[in-house]
Unconditional design. Structure first.
Length: 343
């Protein structure tokens, strides 16, 4: 049985107090719709996180939930899926970077509902994760979780548990140059293997230090994954991602600094004072989100300009044609959205 405490969130000082060195922070990530929020609800034994079928993604913010598993406090982090229409994965990684700059990450549950092959979003998550954490044995703290196993076809040898735990895992390790050894499956009726894996994570060393990456390295990886060849479109895409990452870092750092100052100032405050402080924090975070929405609007405008410019060039007579360019990839790579952080 799992006991729960209230959901916590980024730089919530109340929850900092709850956070003893024993808290095991576990990030639940993977492509949109793989069942991250559902798994968290099942582990908590109550419906705390919104779930649903939406190709554009359901979870849009970063939020943590506390639960006791194996007699230890585990903090599960739910977040937008890789491939979310509004929040590109690199922005989610920036949020995680802000959260985990000064606290340890005990593990990653990397979800995939496909027993035949790992999706591109999972590859993106694994590569970004690998870049961002320095632990020598970090792969020991990554668990590949096959979700929705009720949909597997046990009569089809390439769509069953064994295929997922064997060939699919081996192929994925090769692709991401990883060494994931922990693998399990689950479904709505049975998450016991996931719980056992989480208990195992207590015995590992975790992910190591978070290391902020050069934005150009992240941008190059995103472009590679999206198959964007060298050329003007790639350069434009790189520049956009780099600009966005830098802007996010500034916003997040500023917001965190303000929240910390506020929390320190109200450390001994009465309940009433504390509530007022909470309200102030909320207002500050709303301001951050508004600023990011505005960034998003400007970004969309800029991209529309880029598309129009490309269309204009393509319409030009052949003698004036530019070297062949591929239009920017409109996947998760460039679809920016407001960055939301829940308190
Ligand atoms: N058949 C089946 N469906 C499931 C299972 N787990 C989740 N689902 C369904 O899958 C859909 C997506 O689940 P979510 O938990 O919202 O997925 P998510 O990964 O949090 O999605 P985003 O927040 O969009 O990234 C929902 O309709 C769930 O009901 C499962 O074990 N079996
Ligand atoms: Mg979700």
């Amino acid at each position: 049985m799992s006991a729960t405490v209230a959901p916590s969130a980024i730089v919530n000082m109340e929850n900092e107090v709850v956070a003893t060195p024993d808290v095991l922070n576990i990030v639940v990530w993977g492509e949109s719709g793989e069942g991250k929020s559902t798994l968290i609800n099942l582990l908590l034994g109550q419906e705390v996180a919104a779930t649903g079928k939406n190709p554009a993604g359901v979870t849009k913010d970063l939020r943590s939930y506390d639960v006791m598993i194996g007699g230890r406090l585990v903090r599960l982090w739910d977040l937008p899926g890789a491939g979310d229409k509004d929040v590109p994965a690199y922005r989610t990684m920036e949020m995680l970077g802000a959260v985990f700059a000064d606290r340890p990450v005990g593990g990653l549950l990397l979800l995939s509902s496909n027993p035949e092959r790992m999706p591109l979003g999972a590859q993106l998550v694994a590569q970004m994760w690998d870049m961002s954490f320095s632990g020598m044995d970090k792969w020991a703290s990554v668990v590949l979780v096959g979700t929705k196993s009720d949909k597997y076809d046990e009569d089809d040898p390439v769509a069953d548990v064994n295929n997922f735990k064997g060939p699919v895992l081996a192929e994925f390790n090769k692709t991401v140059d990883g060494d994931i050894q922990k693998v399990c499956t689950c479904n709505r009726d049975d998450v016991s293997e996931v719980k056992s894996m989480i208990e195992l994570l207590h015995t590992e060393n975790g992910m190591g230090e978070y290391q902020q990456q050069d934005p150009s390295r992240i941008a190059a990886m995103m472009c590679d994954l999206n198959g964007l060849p060298d050329g003007e479109a790639r350069e434009a895409e790189m520049a956009k991602i780099i600009e966005q990452i830098n802007a996010d870092r500034n916003e997040l750092q500023g917001a965190i600094d303000r929240l910390r100052e506020g929390a320190q100032a109200s450390g001994m405050a009465s309940n009433e004072g504390h509530a007022a402080e909470e309200e102030n924090r909320r207002r500050e975070m709303d301001a951050v989100v508004d600023a990011m929405r505005e960034q998003h609007r400007q970004e969309v405008e800029r991209l529309e300009g880029l598309i129009l410019e490309q269309a204009r060039r393509q319409a030009e007579p052949p003698q004036q044609a530019q070297p062949q360019q591929q239009a920017p990839a409109f996947g998760f790579c460039i679809q920016l959205g407001p960055l939301k952080i829940s308190i």
